[in-house]
Design a protein around this ligand. Structure first.
Ligand SMILES: [Fe+2]
Length: 431
């Protein structure tokens, strides 16, 4: 008799993603998957969440850049930055313990941090590890990957009934301990009720007895949904959610992005659009005057052809795509305290050994006599030297490179410093 093989679904490995993708009709449907994570994995993720909040609360410059939003007893707190400063999370303190201490007397709170992985390389690596089998099988969504941390005991989601971006798909990893309910209205149903895309519903009660789906999920479960679905969550007890966002462009948003980029590229560097001369009032027969004014300040000229515009578009798209690829698909570059990183770099050893930062790579192309390089979504260009390309190739091949005399010329040192400061490379003994 053939031996029975126990094929257990291993979370986030290839087979897991394959069945998840088919179950959701490639990210078109909503669903809950129960008990995806075991207790060990949950503990690991929670520790990474605590570390992230610790990193943010310890650095006032970073606090200004978190984009965190906080609601206290249902009211939006304008001073989220101050809140973090006043309530730092201690070393070795758990998130639950911190929340308990910070929000005593049954206070209700909700905290949302967008693009959260940019603050903690370890959290970014972990998320990368979880989604990498998806990305290698199905590709990076055109707009990239991002993650939002949501925590609190806020009850109804303070944002109210709303929808997120069209083209986006969210995969919510629920780390508990509290459960969360999610109510969903399909777009068509919500539209019938007068819902307008991305506008918060003012009177929730009009909706609550006529939803299309309700899910309840707890510790270790995953909830997923397309961003276009209208929804509201409810978490009575304290819970932590790490929401992974797979951001696809709609054709409209993609066109907007490309035309915006092309506009930026064509704008003459000396032309500061918002500071320049205020245009005179409209004169009925003189519309060409305004267009000529604009053309004068664009690199684009009236003799440029349609083919030139296409060339510009290809260039914009290439730059955008290589930036994303250099950053493991993350929409945002990591947060970088350039002064600190430079200091670290300057106290290097005599012949330091450098390597690529795990999970990422360096993208580049030659453009005339320039070498354009993309490091963790940042772009810079230098005068082309084949030695630079040799070094980038070695690093991309995961080789350890000793910075010996050949790399110590002023230009080469500067080049290595740019890779280092943008977090594309690190020293051998770092992660
Ligand atoms: Fe939402």
């Amino acid at each position: 008799m053939d031996a029975q093989v126990d094929i257990r679904e291993i979370p986030f490995k290839n087979d897991w993603w394959t069945s998840f993708v088919s179950e959701t009709n490639h990210f078109k449907g909503h669903t809950v998957k129960k008990d995806v994570f075991d207790l060990y994995q949950i503990a690991e993720l929670k520790e990474l969440v605590a570390d992230t909040i610790r990193i943010i609360t310890k650095d006032s410059l970073r606090i200004d850049n978190t984009g965190a939003r906080i609601w206290l007893d249902g009211k939006y707190d304008e001073n989220a930055n101050k809140f973090f400063q006043d309530h730092p999370i201690e070393d070795n303190q758990s998130v639950e313990n911190w929340a308990e201490q910070t929000f005593q007397d049954g206070k209700k709170f909700g905290m949302f941090i967008n693009f959260v992985t940019r603050h903690n390389e370890n959290l970014a690596n972990k998320v990368n590890e979880l989604i990498d089998p998806y990305l290698s099988q199905f590709g990076i969504p055109l707009e990239g990957i991002s993650a939002t941390l949501i925590l609190g005991n806020y009850g109804w989601t303070p944002l109210g009934i709303h929808n997120d971006k069209r083209g986006e798909y969210i995969v919510h990893l629920h780390l508990g301990p509290g459960e969360k309910d999610m109510y969903i209205w399909e777009e068509e149903n919500a539209k019938k009720k007068g819902f307008i895309h991305r506008r918060k519903v003012e009177n929730k009660d009009d909706y609550m007895n006529d939803y299309d789906a309700k899910y309840t999920f707890g510790t270790g479960d995953i909830f997923s949904m397309p961003g276009r679905c209208v929804h509201i969550g409810n978490t009575k007890d304290f819970s932590i959610g790490l929401v992974l966002e797979f951001n696809g462009y709609t054709s409209k948003s993609f066109s907007k992005k490309m035309w915006f980029d092309i506009g930026k590229t064509l704008m003459d560097k000396n032309f500061e659009g918002d500071k320049a001369l205020v245009l005179p009032a409209y004169e009925e027969d003189d519309h060409e005057k305004y267009i000529n004014y604009l053309m004068e300040h664009l690199k684009y000229t009236t003799t440029d052809t349609k083919a030139d515009i296409q060339k510009h578009l290809v260039k914009c798209f290439t730059d955008y795509k290589l930036g994303l690829l250099s950053n493991g698909g993350y929409v945002r570059a990591p947060y970088i305290d350039k002064v600190q990183v430079k200091k670290d770099y300057l106290v290097q050893k005599d012949k330091p050994v450098i390597k690529l930062v795990e999970s990422y790579n360096l993208q580049y192309y030659k453009n005339k006599n320039k070498l354009v390089v993309f490091v963790r979504k940042n772009r810079f260009s230098v005068d082309y030297r084949h030695e630079y390309v040799d070094l980038l190739e070695k690093l991309n091949n995961k080789e350890l490179v000793t910075v010996g005399d050949e790399y110590k010329t002023v230009e080469f040192s500067k080049f290595i410093e740019l890779l280092f400061v943008n977090k594309g490379i690190c020293f051998e003994d770092q992660k």
